[in-house]
Design a protein. Structure first.
Length: 334
């Protein structure tokens, strides 16, 4: 008869698991995935399927034949990385470039550091930024929404972020009149919407995913709300000071801000552990995003801001720590 091992309290019981949370995030991405199929058609399907399949394959192959470990493709992390990578790509990107991005995301961004739980940066963003630097022309060719049957030869158009950048460079606020209205960017009306990555065409679909994850307690409010609030306030001040800068609502609903704030910055491994740390992390991501968008050479700054703050997560965890159980608050008291 085996011995009963008794450990000291406190005892925490939870139904949480890596698999449950990963598949929960995947479920939260379904509304945005469906919208991308509706707006981009075959291009979205090819990019997302290719990205997921490549990420799962490289996770299995590298783990089994290079790391000599039991493959962990069933925990959902490789599928999620593939979806998020696909969401950050244009819908006309050639498959061979997608495969390279998946290899970098899984092989370099994740498994080279020891696998899930050890990676310092979000793997999908590592893959996306690698492709952006390596294939800038292909990664900044944005198909017009509504070309459902076209793939590589799709017609391209300017994104809302590129219109904002043009207004800043020209110093002419009238350029901003080319932007879609706020309701169009929220709902993703394909007849009036500009181009963009697969996952950023409908802010409402992403917000539905946020509500689902908050309801299921997969994530907390600290990171997404602090990012969105910071961007709104910072860009609002800039807009009031100079109308050449876009309105705060347009900043929130354009580009990959919603996708990054809700699904990328909230990655468990690469974000701080405490609530206060997460708020600080979110505020700094919001500030960096606005700075890069408005004064950097690249119109979008969300991916770079998240990767920069991923690097500072260990420092945030080191200096913002939760109160230890039984810690002495005042002399003579516990």
């Amino acid at each position: 008869m085996g011995k009963l091992i008794v450990s000291l309290s406190p005892h925490a019981h939870s139904t949480d698991s890596v698999q449950r949370n990963m598949y929960g995030v995947i479920i939260a991405l379904i509304p945005a995935l469906v919208v991308s199929f509706i707006f981009f058609g075959i291009g979205s399907a090819i990019v997302c399927v290719s990205s997921v399949a490549a990420c799962v394959f490289f996770e299995w192959a590298i783990t089994k034949y290079i790391l000599r470990k039991q493959p962990t493709i069933c925990d959902g992390s490789a599928i999620l990385t593939g979806l998020l990578l696909g969401f950050n790509l244009p819908s006309n990107l050639p498959v061979w470039i997608i495969i390279i991005g998946a290899l970098v995301a899984i092989g370099i961004g994740k498994l080279s550091f020891g696998g899930l739980g050890c990676n310092p940066w979000n793997p999908a963003l590592v893959g996306r930024c690698f492709l952006l630097v390596s294939f800038p022309a292909q990664m900044t060719s944005w198909p017009v929404v509504g070309q459902l049957t076209k793939y590589v030869d799709a017609e391209t158009a300017a994104t809302p972020l590129s219109i904002m950048k043009t207004a800043i460079k020209s110093g002419d606020p009238a350029v901003l009149q080319q932007l879609p209205d706020s309701m169009t960017m929220l709902l993703g009306n394909p007849s009036a919407l500009g181009a963009g990555t697969i996952g950023e065409v409908c802010a409402l679909a992403l917000i539905i995913g946020l509500i689902f994850m908050l309801w299921k307690k997969i994530i907390t409010w600290h990171i997404p709300i602090s990012i969105l609030a910071t961007v709104f306030v910072f860009s609002g001040i800039m807009h009031l000071a100079n109308p050449v800068y876009a309105s705060p609502v347009a900043e929130l609903l354009s580009g990959g801000l919603m996708l990054g704030a809700i699904f990328m910055a909230t990655d468990y491994v690469t974000s701080p552990m405490t609530g206060k740390g997460q708020i600080l992390y979110g505020i700094l991501i919001g500030v960096l995003t606005v700075i890069i968008r408005n004064w950097g050479s690249y119109p979008e700054g969300m991916s770079f801001a998240i990767l920069i703050m991923n690097s500072f997560t260990p420092l945030i965890n080191a200096y913002i720590k939760p109160k230890r159980y039984g810690e002495v608050v005042k002399e003579g008291k516990k």
